[in-house]
Design a protein around this ligand. Structure first.
Ligand SMILES: [Fe+2]
Ligand SMILES: [Fe+2]
Length: 365
């Protein structure tokens, strides 16, 4: 009997380890909450589960539940019902018959037509014993929740709490990073007000093309950040050239063309973590051409990241259609696409991406 218990415990612990590894990989809070609830229901052999997070500023308990493709939330005053009690006192509540417990609020059952019987509700603690939320499973499938279940679920909830805290921190860092990037893009726009909005338009168009070819959520994020930053070098171009109202001389054009190289130099000063570390090279390659006649590196198609090729298409399209220079006529979408197709025929742009953009503009979503 004792051996069976030890066997179950080690089996459950290795299952928890597996789940917690999956949790750590999820940096997006919505999908993390979904995973925590789905796995809680399965692991505890329950009928359903609810996750509550504490909103200390508003002294509310926010409950999350999965509904089709999104996570919905309901807010309750902190202290309400079983979950509220657990959130305030940090104790575990394990009851066989919810209706006989005065803390249980039948209102939700009345609205949903559900019949709650057994309830196991535990606090979610992070490292310094701070409670960040509450996890609850309802209606154990065979019988009621045992003392062992309490131990298992408390361990599970603490793993989940740490994963949520990590995802939140990750979200905060990313917000800070994105705001720094936006500030840089705004600084470029301030220098050259005539082309203002170019970086953002190129970013939006690039993301549209990226979505159409099925890039992953993560790749789209990298594409967006890179496109926002692609012209960062304008910060280092002399005013006399950058703000020149007439056409460039050959020398001035060469100086403007140097900018792709400056892009990489400037961006390499930023510390990009893991997935973002190739942003400087991808951004710097937006004037390269598949046939190797572009600049600054004369890179060829197989050396070019798909994201550089996308930004190249979006960049030229926006430059052609924007009314940004007094001496320059802006082209209609159709005319711009004709020019892009001609460029693609000469292998100066990725033709499959030009086709995607053409389709996209013909039938926008
Ligand atoms: Fe450029
Ligand atoms: Fe550009």
């Amino acid at each position: 009997m004792k051996n069976t218990t030890i066997h179950n415990k080690s089996k459950d612990l290795s299952l928890l380890l597996d789940i917690s590894l999956q949790m750590i990989e999820k940096t997006d809070l919505d999908s993390l909450l979904r995973l925590i609830m789905e796995e809680a229901t399965k692991t505890m052999n329950a009928d359903r589960s609810t996750l509550y997070l504490i909103d200390r500023e508003r002294t509310e308990l926010v409950s999350f539940f999965a509904q089709t493709s999104e996570i919905r939330e309901i807010r309750l005053p902190l202290g309400t019902g079983i979950a509220g009690f657990v959130a305030c006192h940090g104790t575990t509540i394990n009851i066989d018959d919810a209706y006989s417990n005065p803390l249980f609020n039948r209102e939700t059952d009345t609205i949903t037509g559900y019949r709650t019987k057994s309830v196991l509700c535990v606090p979610m603690n992070i490292h310094n014993n701070e409670i960040i939320g509450v996890l609850q499973v309802l209606n154990k499938k065979n019988g009621v929740f045992s003392e062992y279940d309490e131990w298992l679920f408390k361990t599970y909830a603490n793993y989940a709490a740490t994963a949520i805290e990590n995802a939140r921190l990750h979200g905060e860092h990313e917000k800070m990073f994105l705001s720094a990037i936006k500030a840089l893009a705004a600084a470029i726009d301030r220098r050259d007000p005539i082309t203002s909005g170019h970086s953002e338009r190129v970013a939006n168009l690039s993301v549209e093309i990226g979505k159409a070819i099925g890039l992953s959520k993560n790749e789209l994020k990298i594409l967006k950040y890179t496109a926002v930053l692609h012209d960062i070098e304008k910060i280092g171009i002399r005013d006399a050239i950058l703000l020149k109202p007439d056409r460039f001389t050959l020398e001035e054009k060469l100086e403007m063309n140097k900018h792709a190289q400056y892009t990489e130099e400037i961006l390499k000063e930023i510390y990009f973590t893991g997935e973002f570390r190739n942003i400087p090279e991808i951004a710097a390659a937006h004037h390269e051409r598949p046939d190797g006649t572009g600049y600054p590196g004369n890179l060829k198609l197989d050396q070019l990241d798909i994201k550089s090729r996308i930004i190249a298409v979006a960049d030229i399209f926006d430059a052609l259609t924007a009314c940004d220079r007094p001496y320059k006529k802006s082209f209609s979408q159709e005319e711009a696409l004709d020019i892009l197709r001609a460029e693609a025929e000469q292998n100066h742009l990725d033709s499959s991406l030009v086709n995607i953009l053409t389709e996209r503009l013909k039938s926008p979503e």
